[in-house]
Ligand binder design. Structure first.
Ligand code: ARG
Length: 417
């Protein structure tokens, strides 16, 4: 009998899939549950997998690995898909794939399986990541590859096969959650004209319910990663978890966007990612101090490319690793202290400092002690503007809006009193 390792969440789809893979496809099924911070009920999940017919049920706590080796590099890169989505789900998939591949090696399986549908990005990420890690491993996604059951049929199948599923009230949304954020889609959210119902949110309070008093938090960074919150050093998982709670309580980190999926469709996506949103904001504030102007400009281009690669499931591509090497090198001076004010859904920077800050008061000041050489400015501008002056002399003015607009006579409404 061939063996397959199934990524198992404990929900209805994957519990039915355990039995379906045995019955319809003749596999010996091993399940693997990877904890990235969604707090699975580990023992209950293991028991359910075994009762559904798995010959072995593994659970891996990958939270620290996830934050340190996936979230932090994405943070250092400034990776936000379409400038907004911190990529929680997209970062989790390659790590789950890595553990699936390791488990397959351990139990001698030639196949892995995951519970993605045929319409989203997640199937792309699992399949592409697996292909990169172990090209000869075969991948099956039951929900895409033959297990065509409606929810009602899945429940009936579970009942008739004695599968231990908890049939709860159907969640009106499709949700994926890890320490970097919570992704919410489908159901009512499919109408982009409709504001997300308050019940879609679990991590963040509404603006109305958030405290009226702002909270200022302090973050210390070393080489582009956070190492302390409010002065207390904390390990990455604890720090991110605490930040999610603090930000969430103040309603920070809600994102509502139209997203361009890899499979070519636009979809309405809602996220809660308080920790990720605050960290990106604080990290950028530090980079504003320590990166040269041209490094900052170029790094923004890299950030977009990095985000696209992560979104498209190309985490293990050598191109991503190349960008990572660049990003890591840019972070060597990115250490310092940032304070962020959380208030009713917003997060803003109130203070930043860094030992390697390029901000020089003596150069920036308009007050006494100014050391900036104003006399040099005139000469600088003469050469700085030389090419454009030359071009104007030789080729004349080309753009129409360079002509002065006809002045309008002031009307009584706009004329100053
Ligand atoms: N649109 C997001 C992404 O592609 C979230 C996907 C959420 N997955 C889910 N099964 N609900 O990364």
């Amino acid at each position: 009998m061939e063996r397959i390792v199934l990524a198992y969440s404990g929900g209805l789809d994957t519990t039915v899939a355990v039995r379906w893979l045995q019955e319809a496809r003749g596999f010996e099924v091993v399940t693997l549950t990877v904890d990235l911070g969604s707090q699975p009920e580990v023992e209950a999940i293991r028991a359910r997998a075994l009762a559904a017919g798995a010959i072995e049920a593994f659970v891996v706590d990958a939270r620290a690995e996830f934050v340190e080796r996936y979230c932090w590099p994405a943070l250092q890169a400034g990776a936000l898909y379409q400038g907004q989505y911190p990529l929680a789900t997209a970062l989790g998939r390659p790590l789950i794939a890595r553990h699936l591949v390791a488990a397959a090696e351990r139990v001698g399986a030639g196949w892995i399986a995951h519970g993605s549908t045929g319409k989203g990005n997640d199937q792309v990420r699992f399949d592409v990541a697996t292909g990169a890690l172990k090209p000869d491993l075969k991948v099956l996604a039951p929900l895409r590859d033959g297990m065509t059951m409606t929810r009602e049929e899945e429940i009936a199948y579970a009942r008739s096969h004695g599968l231990p599923v908890k049939v709860t009230v159907e969640s009106p949304y499709s949700v994926d959650e890890n320490l970097w954020g919570r992704s919410i889609e489908a159901g009512l959210l499919e109408d982009p004209g409709l504001a997300p119902p308050e019940e879609a949110f679990l991590w963040t309070s509404s603006i109305d319910a958030a405290p009226a008093t702002p909270l200022t938090i302090a973050l210390d960074f070393e080489s582009g990663v956070p190492v302390a919150l409010d002065g207390s050093p904390a390990d990455p998982v604890t720090l991110l978890d605490r930040l999610n709670r603090l930000g969430g309580a103040h309603g920070v980190g809600r994102i509502d966007m139209i997203e361009d999926r890899v499979v070519g469709i636009k979809s309405r996506e809602v996220y809660e990612a308080p920790g990720a949103v605050i960290l990106h904001l604080a990290h950028r504030a530090l980079e504003e101090l320590v990166l040269s102007a041209e490094a900052a400009r170029f790094k923004a281009i890299v950030a977009q490319e990095y985000a696209r690669l992560v979104y498209e499931g190309k985490w293990f591509a050598s191109h991503r690793l190349d960008l990572d090497a660049y990003v890591r090198h840019t972070q060597r001076f990115c250490s310092g202290h940032v304070e962020v004010v959380l208030h009713r859904g917003s997060a803003r920077i109130s203070s930043r400092s860094a030992p390697a800050s390029l901000y020089r008061s003596r150069l920036a000041t308009y007050s006494a002690g100014d050391e900036f050489d104003r006399e040099a400015a005139a000469g600088f501008i003469k050469l700085f503007g030389l090419p454009i002056r030359t071009q104007a002399q030789v080729q004349g003015l080309e753009s129409t809006d360079s002509q002065c607009p006809t002045p309008h006579p002031p009307t009584s409404a706009t004329a100053p009193a």
